[in-house]
Design a protein around this ligand. Structure first.
Ligand code: NAP
Length: 245
């Protein structure tokens, strides 16, 4: 199967109205790609459409099966194919099981957004475009070391990491590239309250596109670059420091 060049590609980015997803969308648009994004809130979608009238902005909640089909119908109607699916939409929930008796409040929704929906959407897309070029899963450095303040986030991202790894082997004979992006702390609305060093989302997007061009299995921007190696060499020290972030 031929790999489309960056400028000819049709790309669908979930959660493409903010943060890392928005930077990925703008990086692809700058390359001349055809881009579709989705999100739930009307305001950011309208802002995106005003800034990028050539792109397609779809109001869709990825946890809603009907909305996913409507979104893929909209991509078909506008572009008639899909080359790259980027499963980016996600949520971060702090939970303290030591002090909060209701620590599992909203857990089904967290699991649906971060784990079930990207798996379901991947299946929807493969059923429609068996010849697509690449599927990206945005997990996190916390997929490898779970954060103390958000253990369920670590759990669901580790789950998505496992899905991406197995799927990569399943789809290898079909030449579909499966890329996992593990961003470090990134300067987006998701962690606006976090102090300390954060990577620019534009830099995360640039590294992701390079990893896609080079057909790498993982994109490891900034501090996550050394994480897999450090986990092999000094697992306890690394786990202690990352888990505190
Ligand atoms: N920021 C970081 O430090 C960091 C680090 C590691 C990994 N990540 C991961 O990177 C990804 C992007 O994070 P971000 O920081 O860029 O987040 P963000 O700025 O909060 O953006 C999240 C995007 O996802 C959309 N979204 C959320 N739930 C959705 C749903 N159910 N259906 C459709 N769209 C939905 C949001 O739009 P609506 O709210 O309007 O739906 C928004 O466009 C996430 O998977 C996150 O876990 C982030």
């Amino acid at each position: 199967m031929a790999t489309q060049s960056g400028s000819a590609q049709v790309v669908l980015i979930t959660g493409g109205t903010s943060g890392i997803g928005l930077s990925l969308a703008e990086t692809y648009l700058a390359r001349g790609a055809s881009v579709a994004v989705c999100g739930r809130s009307a305001g950011p979608l309208e802002r995106f459409s005003r800034a990028h009238p050539e792109a397609l902005a779809i109001q869709a909640d990825i946890t809603d099966p009907g909305a996913r089909i409507m979104m893929l119908d909209a991509v078909t109607a506008r572009f008639d194919r899909l080359d790259v699916l980027i499963n980016n939409a996600g949520t971060f929930n702090e939970r303290n099981f030591a002090t909060d008796p209701d620590a599992t409040r909203g857990l089904d929704q967290e699991i649906a957004i971060n784990l079930t929906a990207p798996i379901e959407l991947t299946n929807d897309v493969l059923n429609r475009w068996a010849d697509l070029t690449a599927i990206v899963f945005v997990t996190s450095g916390f997929a490898l070391v779970s954060p103390t303040r958000a253990p369920t986030y670590g759990a669901v991202k580790a789950g998505l990491h496992g899905f991406a790894e197995g799927l990569r082997r399943q789809l290898a004979p079909n030449k579909i590239h499966v890329l996992e992006l593990l961003p470090p702390a990134t300067d987006t609305p998701m962690n606006a309250e976090l102090t300390g060093k954060k990577m620019a989302p534009e830099a995360v997007a640039g590294i992701t596109l390079k990893a896609l061009d080079r057909r790498r299995p993982m994109a490891l921007p900034g501090p996550t670059k050394l994480l897999p190696t450090m986990l092999r060499i000094t697992p306890n020290t690394i786990k202690r420091s990352v888990a505190k972030m």
